[in-house]
Design a protein around this ligand. Sequence first.
Ligand SMILES: NC(=O)c1ccc[n+]([C@@H]2O[C@H](COP(=O)([O-])OP(=O)(O)OC[C@H]3O[C@@H](n4cnc5c(N)ncnc54)[C@H](OP(=O)(O)O)[C@@H]3O)[C@@H](O)[C@H]2O)c1
Length: 324
Amino acid sequence: MLMKAAILRAPDEAAEYGDFAEPVVSVGHDLVTLVAAGIHPIVRSLAAGRHYGATSGWPIIPGVDAVARTADGRLVFTGYIDAPYGTLAERMAVPSTMQLPLPAGASPVAIAGGLNPGLASWMPLTARAAELGSLGIVLILGATGMAGLLAVQNARVLGVAAVIGVGRDPDGLARAAAAGARTVVFTGDREADAVTLASALQGAAPSLVLDFVWGAPAETAFRALERHGLDEDSADIAYVQIGAVAGPEAAVPASLLRSRRIRLVGSGAGSASIADLMRQMPIFMRLIAEGQIDVPTRTFPLSRVADAWEASAQSGSRVVIVPD
Ligand SMILES: NC(=O)c1ccc[n+]([C@@H]2O[C@H](COP(=O)([O-])OP(=O)(O)OC[C@H]3O[C@@H](n4cnc5c(N)ncnc54)[C@H](OP(=O)(O)O)[C@@H]3O)[C@@H](O)[C@H]2O)c1
C-alpha cells in the first residue's frame, strides 16, 4: 500500500511530491492523518543530514511535528517518528505517548507553525523566570527569524522588563519592533556592531540571552557583554545557545567568562527535558489559541510541497503543509 508524501531522495535536494510505503504501526503507536505540519529549519537541516539529530539514509519523508487527526476524530499535536518516516505525509504512525490534544478553538495551522519556533524560547524563558522570580532584560540574537519573533512575544507575555532584538534584515527588525523589542542592526562590522549593542544595553546586563544564530554574531555579542575592572560583577547572565544559522562555532573569550557572572548553556533536542516540554506544550498551545501569541504562516497543499520547500528557505512566516 502506498500513500502520498513529501519525499527527499538525497541530501540537499528539494522535497518532491510522490508515493511512499504506508507506515507500519508497531506496538505503542497509532496511525493518524495529516492536518497541518510546519517546514521548520530543523526539518530542512535533518533532511539535508546537517543536524546532529540526523540518523538515517535517503529517501526519507521530512517533517518532525504535526497537528493530526486520530482514528476517533480528535485533533492532536504529535510527531517525533522514526526515519525514514516524517510528518509531511498523508498518514503517520506516531507514539501513543506523544499526542497532545489541541485546546478548543486553536488553529491547527498556527499550532503546527508555532510550536517548534515558539517553544525554543518559551522553555528557557519560563525556566529563567522561575529561577529569578522575574525576567529583567532579555537579549535575542536572531530576532528577525520566526523563533526570534515568537521569543519577543513570549518574553512580553512573561512580563519582561525590556527585550533587545538583534538581526540583519530590516523587515524582520520592523516585525520584532512591532512585537515590542528595542532593535539593534548588525551590519557585519564586528567592532561597530559590538559598540552599537553595548550602547543599546546602556550599561545594564541581560538576565537571559537567547541566541538563535551563533557564529560571528555571537562573537560580537560576547565582545559587547565583556566588562573591565576587578570589582565583583553584580549581574547574573544566562546565555542560551539555541540555533546555529550563522555558524557552527563561536570563540568564547576567556576574559568574558572570568569578568562576568555568566553561564553558557544550550537548549535543544537532547539537552531539553521531555517531561518539562510535555508540561509546557499545552500551556503554550493555549497562548496561541487565545491569540496572545501570533504566528505568521503561509500554507501549501501537500501536492505543492516542492514550492513549499523553496518558500521555506525564507524567513518572515512559517510554511505549513496541509492536506489537498
Ligand atoms: N534548539 C531548539 O530547540 C530550536 C528550536 C527552534 C529553532 N531552532 C533554531 O533556531 C534557528 C532560527 O530558527 P527560526 O525558526 O527563527 O528560523 P528562520 O525563521 O528561518 O530565521 C532565520 C534567522 O537566522 C538569521 N540568519 C540566517 N543566516 C544568518 C547569518 N549568516 N548571520 C546572521 N543571522 C543569520 C536570520 O536573520 P536575518 O533575517 O536578519 O538575516 C533569521 O533571524 C535555526 O537554526 C533553528 O534550527 C532551535
